[in-house]
Design a protein around this ligand. Structure first.
Ligand code: SAH
Length: 378
């Protein structure tokens, strides 16, 4: 028999960062502890961002020992940071099994937007997106989705604070629905990261059952839909998900999505030369969006050698925008940020690294990856 090194399962006991607050209450009650301990622990994990039980000083020593034996706390570790000339920062993050993901910090005036990932890689196969070339490695757990905020916050400068969160990093959030919803609950919880749901946007290729579940969950977060094409024929070619859920069904589902008064849904439209950038496309888009309170985000394609499409000319992009605007539709051209560090829309992809390189992240047996001080500086 040849020696095979087997990777330890990442989690043998529950990772307390995977729990929403109500789940933590149930779990702690199951251990025979008072239910209010859950709130204490949740605040340590998410507000004070402490991940060692011994540091949770308002818990009795007996309770801390119980937690040591029965639970663990994972941490998303910043492995490397790249800074763009425009102030955008891209973090390479390491997970407990050696998997790598990316998250981006985007400053825009008084805003600081965190763009986070929901999966390592992506299975959606959109023909214009670089993440698609990785295929899906795996879903992220709630701890790993919400934990990206903890990692990003540790990379902030003095006085900086994340104000907005967008699920526009790697992966399709609604193809990892359960973990995404739990992470949203952690991000929103007052005892957790306490973000207003109005400042959180979930972006999807159009996974209809996921949009319906998100609507039913009633969290009040914003929805963005990557529409990208105005006919099923073109959308089928660009986005395989459309073969399953057609444009008509998708837009019907969007119409039914409950929007609070004065709020709008976002439609992302990646503009590609001679593919979806004609005046007929713009007119058709207006027709599709009729009756939906929305705004359109026009994203000129970010080009890459692996992507067989081109960005339209500036003139063409502005002509497309004008047609929408003249009809009274809000349409902005989103200048992708962080292009010089491949942090722009659709450019997140972690190069495949050999297994031994991945495992070189110090690995602790339960949930943890030791923080690498390396490129973060101190
Ligand atoms: N899977 C979700 C979340 C990722 S968001 C979704 O697709 O909505 C990533 C955004 O970047 C999407 O709107 C996508 O259409 C866009 N995008 C992908 N590849 C791109 C590229 N090469 N240039 C510009 N935008 C791109």
């Amino acid at each position: 028999m040849t020696a095979v090194s087997v990777r330890m399962p990442a989690v043998q006991v529950p990772d307390l960062r995977d729990f929403t607050l109500p789940e933590l209450v149930e779990w702690i009650a199951g251990l025979g502890e008072p239910r209010y301990r859950a709130g204490q622990i949740f605040r340590w994990l998410w507000k004070r961002q402490v991940d060692r039980f011994e540091a949770m000083t308002d818990l009795p020593a007996r309770c801390r020992q119980l937690l040591e034996a029965q639970a663990c706390v994972s941490r998303v570790a910043a492995v490397a940071v790249q800074s763009s000339r425009d102030g955008t920062r891209k973090l390479l993050l390491g997970l407990s099994d050696g998997e790598r993901i990316e998250a981006v910090l985007i400053p825009e005036g008084s805003r600081l937007t965190a763009c986070i990932s929901s999966q390592a890689g992506c299975a959606m196969g959109c023909g214009f997106c670089l993440t698609a070339t990785m295929n899906l490695h795996r879903n992220l757990r709630p701890a790993e989705i919400a934990g990206q905020l903890v990692a990003l916050q540790s990379a902030l400068g003095p006085g900086e604070r994340v104000t907005h969160i967008v699920f526009m990093g790697m992966g399709e959030p609604l193809a990892n629905y359960a973990a995404t919803e739990k992470a949203l609950r952690i991000l929103i919880a007052k005892e957790g990261l306490a973000f207003s749901p109005r400042r959180i946007t979930v972006s999807t290729v159009g996974v209809i059952p996921g949009i319906r579940r998100l609507a039913r969950a009633g969290l009040g977060v914003n929805l963005a839909v990557s529409l990208v094409a105005t006919t099923d024929e073109v959308r089928n070619r660009l986005m395989p998900i459309n073969r399953r859920y057609s444009l008509r069904e998708l837009l019907q589902t969007c119409r039914e999505f409950p929007l609070p008064p004065r709020r709008r849904m976002t439609f992302e439209y990646v503009l590609m030369a001679d593919v979806n950038d004609t005046s007929e496309d713009a007119e058709r888009l207006l027709g599709l969006l009729k009756g939906i309170p929305c705004k359109v985000n026009l994203i000129p394609l970010n080009e890459a050698p692996e992507i067989p499409f081109r960005r339209p000319s500036r003139q063409r992009i502005e002509a497309f925008q004008k047609i929408l605007q003249r009809a009274g539709t809000i349409a902005t051209i989103r200048e992708s940020r962080g292009q010089d560090i491949s942090a722009a829309c659709g450019m997140l992809a972690v190069a495949a690294t050999p297994l031994d390189t991945q495992l070189s992240i110090p690995y602790t047996p339960q949930c943890g990856v030791e923080q690498l001080g390396s490129s973060l500086g101190s």
